[in-house]
Design a protein. Structure first.
Length: 449
């Protein structure tokens, strides 16, 4: 829960200064200072675990208008979700819409809930970073405090055009959920999982994959992975071979040239969907599109779940630590990271410990949110020499102070249900040692299911 814990008004002859300190789950984030019409965003302390761009330092802005300053930010960072037919509860396409929701916008910016991005900016550079910069935050907050002026309509950017087709291009293979699923009008729905046969008669190498919601208004996120041979259980972390995930505003999985994921002949996929009811029943039939490798594949991409299945979180524990590790057996390149816990998950950190003794934080999520299953895709693959160890460290809040906790009086162990817990650090990587070049030019006639 975010709360304003410090409020100071300093009146002077030339200016009024307002300082607001925002806390989120006991972790200070930023302070916002207003001097007249100038807004400045400060990190509370560079030593704290913060998310977003707090590490950029103070940023001041002058007069702000919707047309010249706010609309471009909303187009870049907000409208993927905040437009008709998408998962967000309201649109932010026009000045009138933004004015109507100015209060929630300000609150979400101050406590760093929106846009949804949970990585500490001090560690790693990610291609799908949805966060606001310090200047963007200061601009939006200043616009609200300056009375939300439209400005000169001639300064408005052209409306953003959103692709209606597949971002990866027309897939070679499209696989759908076997049947449409009816999403209830209300309530909290457990994750729904659908097994989908591929009918592949030969091994298939996937260069790019994209999960596509059937009804974006109710689909919060999707994860697609290869189904294990035995009946599915989320606890089978080593068998959970992630293919692609979808969240509003996220990117599809696209592997570097010569790198691809293998789908064996006869394999099945699992399409896992998190639905969010919107007050009326809806029907969804989501799908996944696969672009097959058109050039020889020299490196196979892998997904590894770095897990700790023997975890046990004591009753009432507010900051219980759980650790797990994985050592690369060969030289490799890291592509992406995805922490996974349930509703007691508090924070998650990936640290690389290199053979020469150096260590480096690859990703830190200081305020984990089970509602957002984010994949953190590296801008550039990171070299992982043979013998590099990936240490994952997570903390769990099983106390009564965690409003999402189903029962703080019980010890919690590994399990598939939300009231159980998990600790998994998924990574995508490829080994540097090449496989035998595989001729994989896709052939016409692979069925679109």
């Amino acid at each position: 829960m975010a709360a304003v814990v410090g409020l100071t008004l300093l009146a002077g002859a030339a200016a009024v200064v307002l300082v607001v300190l925002v806390l989120d789950r006991e972790q200070p984030k930023t302070s916002v200072t207003y001097t007249g019409k100038r807004a400045t965003v400060h990190p509370v302390s560079p030593g704290l675990n913060t998310s977003r761009k707090a590490s950029e330092g103070p940023v001041a802005v002058g007069a702000v208008t919707f047309a010249a300053d706010v609309a471009p930010i909303l187009q870049e960072k907000c409208q993927s979700c905040h437009r008709p037919g998408q998962v967000a509860p309201f649109a932010l396409l026009t000045c009138a819409q933004a004015r109507r929701w100015a209060g929630p916008i300000r609150e979400a910016i101050e406590d760093l809930r929106m846009p949804p991005w949970h990585a500490d900016p001090r560690h790693g550079h990610f291609a799908n970073d949805r966060s606001l910069t310090a200047r963007q935050r200061a601009t939006l907050l200043a616009w609200v405090d300056q009375g939300m002026p439209l400005g000169d309509p001639r300064d408005l950017p052209p409306p953003r055009k959103f692709p209606e087709g597949w971002a990866i291009g027309m897939p070679d293979v499209i696989l759908q959920m076997p049947e449409p699923y009816t999403v209830a009008a209300q309530g909290i729905l457990p994750y729904q999982r659908f097994r989908v046969p591929t009918h592949f008669t030969r091994d298939v190498w996937v260069q790019a994959a994209e999960a596509r919601p059937g009804d974006r208004a109710v689909v919060h996120h999707i994860c697609v992975f290869l189904a294990p041979d035995e009946p599915y259980s989320e606890g089978l972390t080593d068998a959970r071979r992630e293919l692609v995930c979808y969240a509003p505003g996220d990117l599809p999985s696209v592997f570097p040239p010569g790198v691809a994921k293998l789908i064996p002949a006869g394999a099945e996929l699992v399409i896992e969907v998190h639905y969010t009811p919107i007050g009326v029943p809806r029907t969804d039939r989501s799908s996944v599109g696969l672009m097959l490798a058109r050039q020889p594949v020299f490196h196979r991409a892998f997904t590894k779940g770095i897990s700790r299945k023997d975890l046990e979180i004591p009753p009432g524990a507010a900051n219980h630590a759980v650790a797990s590790s994985f050592t690369f057996p060969d030289d490799a390149h890291l592509l992406s990271l995805m922490p996974h816990m349930h509703v007691r998950g508090k924070d998650f950190r990936y640290t690389a410990v290199y053979p020469d003794g150096r260590s480096e934080v690859l990703l830190e999520v200081p305020a984990y949110d089970f509602g957002w299953q984010s994949v953190y895709r590296l801008v550039e693959p990171r070299t992982m020499p043979r013998g590099t160890r990936i240490d994952c460290l997570a903390h769990f809040d099983n106390s009564a102070g965690n409003p999402a906790n189903p029962d703080p009086t019980k010890a919690v162990r590994w399990g598939e249900q939300t009231f159980d817990e998990m600790m998994i650090g998924f990574i995508d990587y490829y080994e540097d040692t090449p496989i035998s070049p595989t001729p994989v030019t896709p052939r016409p006639g692979l069925a679109r299911q």
